[in-house]
Every structure is written in structure tokens, then in C-alpha cells.
Design a protein around this ligand. Structure first.
Ligand code: XMP
Length: 518
């Protein structure tokens, strides 16, 4: 598909709000491409990026702070529609000569009264209040000259404004959060009515463009891809396979830390169904030797990352493959972290596709998914012909079951966990709940507890089951199972998995817990 004019794209300047990613997700859900960038981008840079519209996010700063993040005045005179949200609105007001009142906290629901049903509020009924959600310390007290108030709430006389002569809007509330039920309509009005964007960010357009970009980057070179069997690396590999055909070689490393049936499933899907060249390296012993006696989670990750690279390079070399161009399934949320105004966030766990890869890898990377959110990866996977069941698979961490075995990883413990995990997932599937859950798995605890089986005392392992709902893995809530599903999983695990006499269910949300136990 050739696009007649470049794809519309929205620039989101991130002033540090916890909701900035949500703005991006909402825009993408409207099928308009967008990227989040730090507010330090110069007007020159922005001009060359050529946005169709700009959104200034909220943020924790105050416009009266001396070194709070700002915006270049010219940005409002580039003939590009701008929407300022919360702090973004206050920046517009400040810059254009309005007044911002300092330090009157407001948090929660408010009822918005509209003065006009146009622009952002096109299609709304003026006579009906609209529920919106606020979270701010400062607010605009008086709009700049040449700006009109278009909506207010009881506590906020200037809840939304617009410039009379340009497409510049500000809203004090947060249209991007679910608590503003009609926020999607407002954002869609901004994108399509105000900014004249087209919904051109579709999976098929993405596939076409990516294939061209991959061909250009690879030139006549061959490419290798570490296939983990997860959705991201599988979609990335399939996309590169479409672009380069048999110049792609996939390497699947069996590190012994996989779930039951995983290796066979990958071989079936990619070698047989997709016809890809797939090298399988059986490195189970090497990994287990490396992990012997190690119980620190971060050390486990580093060891796994190190061995992975060694095995990967060796496998490629032995097969006579040039391993200088490597496919990675990096997603957009990983990229945003390093670009954000807050700087790279503190390391809670060293996440990586394969866990703790060294920084100085001698590879050039092809990262075809680095612009996508997880749900978009799934849509692209479907577009590429991967089955619905395959793309809907739960995420699985690169270091595999090693971070689900607390304490030392041994083959025996791996087998116990694999069996318990498989039963839990079987029961979830049988209850038809798999697609409601973001991730579900079993964890093997480093404790033994007393039980009784038949008439004998047992002293065996305890397993915890974990199942969470989430949109993107960054926050999560524990899944409320019908009790009978947990009951069946527990009974089967204790009866069928030798060495387990106790099953618990994890009812912690993230934060403060994390999804994985290590
Ligand atoms: P946490 O445990 O940080 O996990 O709440 C969030 C998501 O990331 C996955 N995860 C990993 N993925 N390498 C990965 O590729 C890792 O080291 C890793 N640690 C956690 C986790 O499964 C969840 O989906």
C-alpha cells in the first residue's frame, strides 16, 4: 500500500505525567501514529519531525518553578494544532499571557459544563454536564487574551479553553484516563476534526512500511533472530521473514528453563508451518551448570544473559551464519523509558528479552516493533497470519522459569514447576478464562511445609499460583478466579505433581508487588 501523503503523526511532549503513555495509547487506538518525546526537543527538531498535531502532557511541575520544563513560544505559532492537558494547558496560558493560580489541589471527578459543542466537544450536548477526572495542583485562572473559555466546572471556571484564531486547545482535566468516560470522544475530535488527521496507522500499513524499512536496513546481508517462542520475537521474526525470506535464520535456544511443550510448539509453528530456517540449540546442561548454587535473582538474570549470547554466537558460527545483524523484539514502552523527561527509571529488575544482555554486543539491531505497544504487536501478528491463539499467548520472561523458582534452579525443581504450571494453565483454558488474564503461572517457593497424605506425614514443596490482569504489564491486579477453578487446579497439582503438598494463590497487586516473584 502506498500512502498518498506521509502518514499523519502526533507528537506528544512528555512533562512527566504518569498518564503520558495513556495519551499515546488513546491516540494509537484511534489509528493515528504518535510518539512521546521529551520537552527539550527544539522547535527546529519538531519542525523536521513534521507533526500533524502536538499534545503537551500533564506533569508534576508548576509553571512558576524556575527550572520547570517549558515550551518554546514558537511552538504555538507553527500552524500545527496543539492540545495542552493539565500542566500542558497551564504552559499555554503562561506563555500567551494568561494567569495560572498556584497550589489549589483538586483530585477526582468533576462535572463539566460546556459553553460550546464544537471543536473538542463537537457532538456533545451543551445542556448535559460531562463527567471528567481532575488531578492537579495549579490551574488556569484567567485565559490569555484571544482565548475563549469553552467549558467550566464548579471549582474550575476555566476548565477548557481555545484560541480564537488558531487550533490551540487546553483542558485542565484528563481526557486520557478511563475516569473521563467521554475522553476518547474529545481526543478523537481533536485528532480528526481539529487537526484533520486520518486514521492511517493500521496493521497492514505498518507491515508494508516495515518490510520496506527492513529490506533497506539489511541490504544484501543475512540476518539472525533469537526466537524465544514469545509473541514479540515471533512477530518480529515473521515480519523479517516476510521481508527477507530465507536470508533470515532463527535460533531457538533451549535453555532448560522453558515451560512444558514449549520447544516442540516453537518447532511446529515456525519450522513446519511458517517454513523458516530454525536452528535449535540444546543448551540445557550449560545453563543448569551455570546456575548451579545461584539463588540471587539478578545474578541468575546475568548468568542466563551471558550464556545465551555464548550459545547464540556459537550456534550461528557453527552453522556458518553471519551473526552481525540481529532481530530484537523491543517494544515501544522500553523505548519511551529511556527518552522520557524523568530519564531512565530506576532499575527494579533488569528486564530484557533474554535478561541481562551485555551492553557492548557486537551486533547491529533490527527492531521492527520498537514503535508498537503490545496490543498493536498482536494485531500485526494476526495481519501476518499467525493464529489468534498464538498471538494471544501470555507474555513469558526471557529468563524463563529461573525467575519463578525461588532459590537454586535444579532440573528436579524445574520439572516440578513445569508440571504444576501446565496443570494451572490447563485448568484456566478449560474454564475459558485464558484470554481474560494477562499472565498466569506457577511459582516454586524455597520452603517445604508439612502435610498429610493417606495416613502419612509429608514434608514437601509449596507452589504459589499467580494470575494477573493488566493492560501493559506496568501495573497489574490479581485475577479474581471463580473459587472452583482454583480448587481444581490445587487438587490436581497436589495429586499429580510428586513433591508438592501445598498450593497458595498470590493476591498482591503491582505495585507494590511485581508480577514475577523475582
Ligand atoms: P514484573 O515482574 O517486573 O514484570 O512486574 C512485568 C512484565 O515483564 C516480564 N518480565 C520479564 N521479561 N525478561 C523479560 O523478557 C525479564 O527479565 C523479565 N522480568 C519480568 C514479566 O513476565 C511481566 O510480563
Amino acid at each position: 500500500m502506498t500512502l498518498t501523503r506521509p502518514r499523519d503523526r502526533v507528537l506528544i511532549l512528555d512533562y512527566g505525567s504518569q498518564f503520558t503513555q495513556l495519551i499515546a495509547r488513546r491516540v494509537r487506538e484511534e489509528r493515528v501514529f504518535c510518539e512521546i518525546h521529551p520537552p527539550t526537543r527544539s522547535v527546529e527538531w519538531i519542525r523536521s519531525w513534521a507533526p500533524s498535531a502536538i499534545v503537551l502532557s500533564g506533569g508534576p511541575s508548576s509553571v512558576y518553578e524556575e527550572d520547570g520544563p517549558g515550551v518554546e513560544p514558537e511552538l504555538l505559532h507553527m500552524d500545527v494544532p496543539v492540545l495542552g492537558i493539565c500542566y500542558g494547558m497551564q504552559l499555554i496560558a503562561e506563555l500567551e499571557g494568561g494567569r495560572v493560580e498556584y497550589g489549589k489541589r483538586e483530585y477526582g471527578r468533576a462535572e463539566l459544563r460546556l459553553r460550546e459543542a464544537e471543536g473538542l466537544f463537537a457532538g456533545f450536548a451543551r445542556e448535559h454536564p460531562v463527567t471528567v477526572w481532575c488531578s492537579h495542583g495549579d490551574h488556569v485562572d484567567q485565559p490569555p487574551e484571544g482565548y475563549r473559555v469553552v467549558a467550566s466546572t464548579e471549582g474550575l471556571p476555566v476548565a477548557a479553553f481555545r484560541a480564537e484564531d488558531r487550533a490551540i486547545y487546553g483542558v485542565q482535566f484528563h481526557p486520557e484516563v478511563a475516569h473521563t468516560p467521554e475522553g476518547d470522544r474529545m481526543l478523537s475530535n481533536f485528532l480528526f476534526r481539529v487537526a484533520g488527521c486520518r486514521p492511517s496507522w493500521t496493521a497492514s500499513a505498518f507491515v508494508e512500511e516495515s518490510i520496506a524499512a527492513i529490506r533497506e536496513q539489511a541490504g544484501s546481508r543475512s540476518v539472525i533472530c533469537g526466537l524465544s517462542g514469545g509473541v514479540d520475537s515471533s512477530v518480529a521474526a515473521t515480519l523479517v521473514h516476510r521481508a527477507l525470506g530465507d536470508r533470515l535464520t532463527c535460533i531457538f535456544v533451549d535453555n532448560g528453563l522453558l515451560r512444558k511443550g514449549e520447544r516442540e510448539g516453537v518447532e511446529r509453528t515456525f519450522r513446519r508451518h511458517m517454513g523458516m530456517e530454525l536452528l535449535v540449540a540444546d543448551a540445557r546442561e550449560e545453563f543448569l551448570e551455570g546456575l548451579a548454587g545461584v539463588d540471587d535473582p539478578e545474578r541468575k538474570r546475568r548468568i542466563i544473559g551471558g550464556i545465551f549470547i555464548r550459545v547464540f554466537e556459537r550456534t550461528a558460527r557453527e552453522a556458518g551464519k553471519d551473526a552481525s545483524l540481529l532481530v530484537q523484539g523491543t517494544l515501544y514502552p522500553d523505548v519511551i523509558e529511556s527518552l522520557s523527561v524523568r530519564g531512565p527509571s530506576a532499575t527494579i529488575k533488569t528486564h530484557h528479552n533474554v535478561g541481562g544482555l551485555p551492553d557492548d554486543m557486537p551486533f547491529e539491531l533490527i527492531e521492527p516493533l520498537r514503535e508498537l505497544f503490545k496490543d498493536e504487536v498482536r494485531r500485526v501478528g494476526q495481519e501476518l497470519g499467525l493464529s489468534e491463539a498464538f498471538v494471544a499467548r501470555h507474555p513469558f520472561p526471557g529468563p524463563g522459569l529461573a525467575v519463578r523458582i525461588l532459590g537454586e534452579v535444579t532440573w528436579e525443581r524445574l520439572e516440578v514447576l513445569r508440571d504444576a504450571d501446565a496443570i494451572f494453565l490447563e485448568e484456566i483454558r478449560a474454564a475459558g478464562l485464558y484470554d481474560e488474564i494477562w499472565q498466569a503461572f506457577a511459582v516454586l517457593l524455597p520452603v517445604r511445609s508439612v502435610g498429610v497424605m493417606g495416613d502419612a506425614r509429608t514434608y514437601e514443596c509449596a507452589v504459589t499460583l499467580r494470575a494477573v490482569t493488566s493492560r501493559d504489564g506496568m501495573t497489574a491486579d490479581w485475577y479474581r478466579f471463580p473459587p472452583e477453578v482454583l480448587a481444581r487446579a490445587s487438587t490436581r497439582i497436589i495429586n499429580e505433581v510428586a513433591g508438592v503438598n501445598r498450593v497458595a494463590y498470590d493476591i498482591s497487586s503491582k505495585p507494590p508487588a511485581t508480577i514475577e516473584w523475582e
